[in-house]
Design a protein. Structure first.
Length: 324
């Protein structure tokens, strides 16, 4: 049970921040803590420099969150904020007591090439589910790219230990059942912080449950010799999944330490990153292509544009320095 709890907490870290606070300036209203972070002191910027290089940087994601109907990109539907904050604080205590110390020890003792291979192996195991969801979304190009990635990395990449596909112009694709539900029409969903699992929303929580449940009977559809191999690989994935998130957990701690309001910061980051993935799916799905076209302002441009300084923002460097 302890291993399951650790894996869940580390998975939550993976869905957390993947870029520096200055990229969050345009998400919250002027004067809020996360908007003010855009002008944090040089010390704060230095402390979070490594966080900007995290995999999944929203500035590198395709799509345009500004063209969604109902201004979904600029709003976070958080009707349960009081309960969510309480859960978030409990998760933080668990992370600081268990996850962050383990992450620090892992990074200090395991060489980076080995950590990269663990992450590649874990990612490769998720490709079949990504492929299935891309098909359900009628994203043919993404499905073909995912199939190519899985085939290439599983063979030439020695079972997924090396990401050969990315070097051959086959980048990682998004694809999960929560995203599938979004393409099918389930748009707005309440923001939710789940114990140990962390930030998500009701739609994506249901989608994740379906994705996990769908992998359980998969081995039963194969001949016995292949089913045994699938089960062995699944066990290996269960072990490596939490390990693959430890590097991101350490960087999440750095970003939390430099944030005035970690709850708002994490909510903003999760919303921006997820909305970019959802918009990409809308624009590339045969179900919705043409209905949600791109406009001239891309996601990368939107999130890299700093907000104008205000009097409140000018006070932030002193406030941040005072709490360090």
């Amino acid at each position: 049970m302890a291993a399951v709890a650790l894996a869940a907490a580390l998975s939550a870290c993976a869905g957390g921040p993947s870029y520096a606070p200055d990229m969050l300036a345009s998400d919250e209203p002027v004067g809020t803590p996360s908007a003010a972070i855009a002008t944090a002191s040089p010390a704060t910027t230095e402390a979070t420099a490594d966080v900007a290089s995290l995999p999944g940087n929203v500035a590198s994601l395709p799509g345009d969150v500004t063209s969604l109907p109902g201004d979904e990109a600029s709003e976070v539907h958080d009707p349960m904020e009081k309960m969510n904050r309480s859960t978030f604080e409990r998760n933080q205590r668990f992370n600081r007591a268990v996850v962050y110390p383990v992450a620090k020890a892992y990074i200090n003792t395991v060489p980076e090439p080995v950590r990269n291979s663990v992450e590649n192996f874990t990612q490769n195991l998720s490709e079949p589910m990504t492929f299935a969801n891309d098909l359900l979304q009628l994203r043919v190009g993404a499905a073909v790219a995912t199939l190519g990635r899985f085939t290439l990395n599983s063979t030439v990449g020695v079972g997924g230990l090396f990401d050969v596909a990315s070097k051959h112009d086959l980048p990682e694709q998004s694809g999960d059942f929560g995203q599938t539900l979004y393409v099918w029409g389930m748009r707005k969903s309440p923001y939710l912080v789940v114990p140990l699992i962390g930030p998500t929303n009701v739609r994506d929580l249901f989608g994740t449950t379906v994705d996990v449940a769908a992998t359980i009977p998969a081995g039963g559809l194969l001949p016995t010799q292949y089913a045994t191999a699938v089960n062995n690989v699944s066990v290996a994935g269960t072990v490596t999944t939490p390990m693959s998130k430890l590097g991101e957990a350490d960087q999440l701690k750095q970003l939390e330490d430099t944030s005035i309001d970690p709850y708002i910061m994490l909510r903003s980051v999760v919303q921006q990153k997820r909305q970019a993935e959802l918009q990409e799916a809308l624009e590339t799905s045969a179900w919705t292509a043409g209905r949600y076209g791109t406009n001239s302002v891309s996601t990368a441009t939107l999130l890299k544009t700093p907000a104008l300084n205000t009097k409140e923002q000018d006070l932030v460097p002193d406030a941040v320095s005072g709490v360090q």
